[in-house]
Design a protein around this ligand. Structure first.
Ligand SMILES: *[C@@H]1O[C@H](CO)[C@@H](O)[C@H](O)[C@H]1NC(C)=O
Ligand SMILES: *[C@@H]1O[C@H](CO)[C@@H](O)[C@H](O)[C@H]1NC(C)=O
Length: 456
């Protein structure tokens, strides 16, 4: 217990000062610093480890919604608007439909395939068939194939691609809700979660890409990744250079490899090393990332302050991780977003990002010097050799991206051989998840993306 309190103290102390809260001017009930009472709250929440991945409907529920509604008089107009839009969204049945059901509703065929990786994971690979070039979409951290449809049929990238008759394939990394299977391990076992994005890059992606090429009898496909979906591509093509020739072009939405300039408090929390989260997770004996009482409360205060609006949004781990862009948030779509995201990930994925952030490197998982010697035959983990990547890369970046900072993208660009373009979305507050969620993602990002696909 004392040990845990100490850990929390270190967590809090380390993160104060690195947190910027000026990203949503519409909310004025923001506390810019962590208050003492947060520590209290945090202390109290130790021991509570049950985190339920709920939908917004469940979170607000009829009782809580009226609680918020009763209080709107005390809040500013933004809050009123927010709740009005949210109420519109709450009746949206799309929040209760899964990927296939949504496809049926919006008149798309879907196919679902099982893909086995060389290390025994069983992945679900989704397809919206079309006659055109196969395009492979890979989701980001905590996400799933759903990421490319949650913006709705007007804006979702998978819909737009299928309208243009591309053969759309959507990957699901191990550990997300569609890929929680292994030939002999169960997600209730810690060992199931013993992977980071390295394994997704060297096992999951190659298995899925080979499957697509075999099924379509093609020699190559086009690849679009978001966030971690770009990281795993860089891992794959640097570790297994033969995959360069299987991907004719790569479009990176919010490219993520180096992170030493990332603003996300989660990344700063994990940066001090693996010890913190791994100690925490040993306590609950599972390595799945589930922001429970401890972590969620600390982060909520740091990322969102104490405004009600922030409080609602920041119940979702994805916003805790990457912040949010109020200007581009489609509030009436929040129930749909909350019911599909987060989709699951292992703690090691976050820790691995934290390590890279601390060391300003894009390299394999650090197991400590002894572990490193055993696994890599050296005291530090080897870096990914980005010069192996010869697939041309188009990058789309946000000016207010908490995870993919400009300096880090510049460094990545300087190490890649064939960067066709780095495009900054012309919207000041555009953030990491805006690439899949923003109200204006279609005019701001996808319109240009579709043009690139047509041209190259
Ligand atoms: C924490 O809570 C206790 C009891 O509720 C209170 O006496 C104490 O002053 C609080 N500490 C801080 C730092 O807020
Ligand atoms: C916002 O969300 C609603 C509800 O899901 C959806 O109907 C609408 O098309 C979305 N707006 C945009 C611009 O995509």
């Amino acid at each position: 217990m004392v040990q845990k309190l100490l850990l929390i103290y270190v967590l809090l102390k380390y993160s104060i000062g690195q947190v910027s809260l000026d990203f949503y001017p519409a909310v004025n009930q923001v506390t810019p610093k962590i208050k003492d009472e947060t520590k209290n709250q945090t202390g109290k929440s130790i021991g509570i480890t049950t985190y339920t991945s709920t939908t917004l409907n469940k979170i607000l529920g009829p009782i809580e919604l009226s609680w918020y509604a009763r209080r709107t008089a005390n809040y500013n107009r933004a809050m009123d608007n927010f709740l009005t839009q949210l109420k519109v969204g709450i009746v949206n049945v799309d929040a209760s439909l899964n990927f296939r059901q949504l496809m049926t509703k919006y008149n798309r065929n879907t196919e679902v395939y099982e893909v086995f990786t060389n290390d025994g994971y069983v992945l679900s690979l989704f397809r919206i068939p079309g006659n055109g070039t196969p395009i492979f979409l890979m989701h980001g951290l905590l996400g799933s194939a759903d990421d490319f449809i949650i913006a709705g049929p007007e804006s979702g990238l998978a819909y737009l691609l299928s309208e243009e008759n591309y053969d759309v394939w959507l990957g699901n990394a191990r550990g997300n809700k569609h890929s929680r299977r292994h030939i002999f391990m169960d997600p209730s076992e810690a060992l199931f979660w013993d992977f980071s994005w390295h394994e997704i890059g060297v096992y999951d992606l190659p298995a899925m890409i080979d499957f697509v090429l075999e099924k379509t009898k093609r020699k190559e496909l086009k690849y679009i990744g978001h966030s971690q979906g770009t990281t795993v591509f860089f891992v794959m093509t640097s570790q297994k250079p033969e995959y360069n020739s299987k991907v004719s072009m790569m479009i990176a939405l919010a490219p993520l490899a180096f992170l030493s300039h990332a603003h996300s408090p989660v990344v700063s929390l994990l940066a001090p090393g693996t010890a913190i989260l791994q100690t925490m997770s040993r306590g609950i004996r599972i390595l799945e990332f589930q922001p429970d009482g401890i972590l969620a409360n600390v982060l909520k205060q740091m990322v969102c302050g104490s405004g009600t609006l922030a409080e609602i949004i920041c119940r979702n781990a994805i916003f805790l991780l990457s912040g949010f862009d109020f200007a581009q948030l489609n509030v009436s779509n929040l129930p749909v977003i909350f019911s599909h995201l987060p989709a699951g990930a292992s703690i090691k994925q976050l820790v691995h990002y934290g390590q890279n952030s601390l060391f300003n490197e894009f390299r394999q998982f650090d197991l400590g010097s002894e572990g490193n010697f055993q696994r890599y035959g050296r005291s530090t983990p080897p870096s990914y050799d980005l010069s192996n990547i010869v697939t041309p890369v188009w990058m789309f970046c946000g000016r207010s991206d908490w995870l993919s900072a400009r300096q880090d993208v510049d460094l990545l660009r300087s190490k890649l051989k064939r960067v066709a373009e780095v495009y900054y979305v012309p919207f000041e507050t555009f953030n990491h998840v805006d690439f899949i969620l923003a109200k204006d993602v279609k005019p701001l990002v996808y319109k240009r993306l579709l043009n690139i696909l047509r041209t190259y």
